[in-house]
Write a protein that binds this ligand. Structure first.
Ligand code: IPE
Ligand code: IPE
Ligand code: MG
Length: 233
């Protein structure tokens, strides 16, 4: 396929509605969402995508019930503990972006261990956890201020210098951002990095997102002309 994005980011939305439609508790929707992530990661590798970022838990999602939050944290912890072998075998470099200090110390340790064990992978999976785009920018601003402009010596490229203070400075900006479940908003996802990303919205709920939908999103992306401020060819 021509024009395959290098980096896809996904707002994996609709797990709760999927569970409701199936008459099951919300956590079952999140479990089905985790299975969808495994599938989609394979599609990405299949077509030569190098980076996948997924929005798994926002800084605002802490507002949800204790039951849902703790269920999600348990699911994450289990994902991290059980996927290690598979990720290493598949050449997946696992990374987390977001305010990881919000997570339990145990989960932080599990994340750090998995990041270390998978660091040689050629395909990068970035999981946004306790992530907010504004929060990431504010934390970057603090790091930037701490460095000081003199130390930076980069007055000719302040945006580049600032980008280096973001959570994954070595990862290129997303080319395509997909949001499932029919909501037409970013919900605080990758605000800095999405400046010139293409968007694809679908009504399909995240646990139902399969190969057909994935191919549709890629086909739509392939037709886009990314001018980035330049003129129409
Ligand atoms: C997305 O699904 C997953 C998280 C936000 C953790 P939701 O849980 O938001 O599903 P809906 O929007 O209620 O259907
Ligand atoms: C965005 O979904 C966050 C994740 C998918 C993790 P939400 O369901 O939290 O977003 P809103 O509340 O509909 O904007
Ligand atoms: Mg939602």
């Amino acid at each position: 396929m021509e024009k395959v994005p290098e980096h896809i980011a996904i707002i994996m939305d609709g797990n709760g509605r999927w569970a409701k439609a199936h008459g099951r508790p919300r956590i079952m929707g999140h479990r089905a969402g985790a299975d969808a992530l495994d599938r989609v990661m394979h599609y990405c590798k299949d077509v030569g995508i190098k980076y996948l970022t997924v929005y798994a838990f926002s800084t605002e999602n802490w507002k949800r019930s204790d039951e849902e939050v703790s269920g999600l944290m348990r699911l994450l912890s289990r994902y991290i503990r059980t996927k290690e072998k598979q990720l290493v075998k598949d050449g997946v470099r696992f990374r987390v972006i977001g305010r990881r200090t919000d997570l339990s110390e145990k989960l932080q340790r599990e994340i750090a261990a998995l990041e270390e064990k998978t660091k040689g992978g050629e395909f990068t999976l970035l999981v946004a956890l306790s992530y907010g785009g504004r929060d990431e920018i504010v934390r970057a601003a603090l790091k930037f201020a701490a460095k000081g402009l003199d130390a930076l010596g980069r007055l000719d490229d302040l945006e580049g210098a600032f980008s280096e203070c973001m959570d994954a400075p070595d990862v290129p900006d997303p080319d395509l951002i997909i949001r499932t479940s029919g909501e037409l908003r970013t919900s605080n996802f990758l605000l800095w990095e999405s400046a010139y990303s293409e968007y694809y919205f679908t009504d399909v709920l995240w646990p139902d997102f399969g190969r057909d939908e994935f191919d549709k999103a890629l086909a739509s992306y392939a037709t886009r002309e990314r001018r980035k401020g330049g003129r129409l060819k």
